[in-house]
Design a protein. Structure first.
Length: 326
């Protein structure tokens, strides 16, 4: 079966389509035939070496498809089940694969394969951020939250889910068109950071109070401004590095700005057990099924064109989710 394999860190040209053998699942494993595969920034971090892998290694963290076979000890899945996952180890960029069954979730018939592949990793990220990564004061209906990259795949899901929870999401994006897209998906306010100072606009929107929490996947370019948007005891939840990693800083910076909190959140800490994974996935599937959250799939690519998908994602000109079709 064809798979995308990385042999050395670098640019998109390092992604190679190669044949790979897929055998029978061992204990605790399943073999899945993919119908759709998600493309995410974590894949870029793996490709560039920011998140190192033992090479050569297949890439991709998210997909949806059908179980073909199950190994010994797998009780929650059987051949023919529709499934989706966002999980280690990387290797989703392929037609078929063996996968540890622990983090593979049964997919309701009401959720299409492409929608699942476009929203498992991104949607579970939004779930743990809005439901579990909260300021010390908590969040109540009507509260303001700031979300950077609000027109991206994660951001558009967050706009919808935050509205569903009653929060006023202030989104940032890099163009007026992206800002309008965020508003169309449920953001209460949108800031074009290329022509507006987002710190000043946040303060104006919130009457000078700032927000209780900033969800920041951009990293280096927004870090200091994000801190300045927080109200006292506010939380900066850093969960990505789209502009590069945040440089070292002194924790003493947090005190004068209002006794702030900072966390570097990761999805896979929350997916440490099958029960936790299934509970989070059930929450995601419920909002997808209800229509409260709908993934915005902007582009679809054949598996062989994954390098172009990475170029498009890194250009930060895309909106919504990118999907590979094996």
């Amino acid at each position: 079966m064809p798979a995308i394999v990385l042999h050395a860190p670098g640019g998109p040209e390092q992604l190679r389509l190669e044949p790979r053998e897929v055998g029978e699942p061992g204990p605790g494993e399943v073999r899945i035939r993919h119908h759709a595969v998600g493309v995410n920034f974590i894949d870029v971090y793996h490709r560039t070496g920011l998140y190192p892998l033992a090479l050569p290694h297949a890439l991709g963290m998210e997909a949806a498809g059908v179980v073909e076979a199950v190994g010994a000890g797998v009780a929650h899945l059987q051949p023919g089940d529709r499934v989706a996952y966002a999980s280690n180890p990387p290797g989703a960029y392929c037609d078929r694969r063996l996968m540890p069954a622990q983090n593979v979730c049964r997919l309701p018939d009401a959720v299409p394969f492409e929608a699942a592949a476009a929203s498992m990793l991104k949607g579970l990220t939004v779930q743990y951020l809005l439901k579990k990564t909260l300021p010390v004061q908590g969040l109540q209906a009507g509260d303001f939250v700031l979300w950077h990259a609000a027109a991206g795949g994660v951001g558009l899901l967050a706009c919808q889910w935050a509205r569903h929870l009653g929060y006023q999401l202030i989104g940032t994006a890099g163009s007026d068109e992206k800002c309008q897209l965020a508003l169309d998906h449920g953001a209460a306010h949108a800031i074009n950071y290329r022509r507006e100072n987002f710190v000043e606009r946040v303060k104006a929107i919130t009457g000078g109070r700032g927000v209780k929490v900033v969800y920041d996947s951009v990293g280096k370019d927004t870090f200091e401004g994000s801190l300045d948007c927080l109200s006292p005891f506010g939380l900066l939840a850093s969960f990505g590095n789209a502009s590069g990693p945040v440089p070292p800083f002194s924790p003493g910076l947090l005190g004068p700005k209002g006794s702030l909190y900072l966390t570097r959140a990761t999805l896979f800490t929350h997916l440490a057990s099958r029960d936790a994974t299934q509970t989070m996935a059930d929450d995601l599937f419920a909002v997808l099924d209800s229509g409260a959250v709908k993934p915005h799939i902007e582009r679809r690519y054949p598996l062989a064109e994954v390098a172009q998908a990475h170029r498009d994602l890194e250009s930060r000109t895309t909106t919504g989710s990118l999907v590979l079709l094996p």
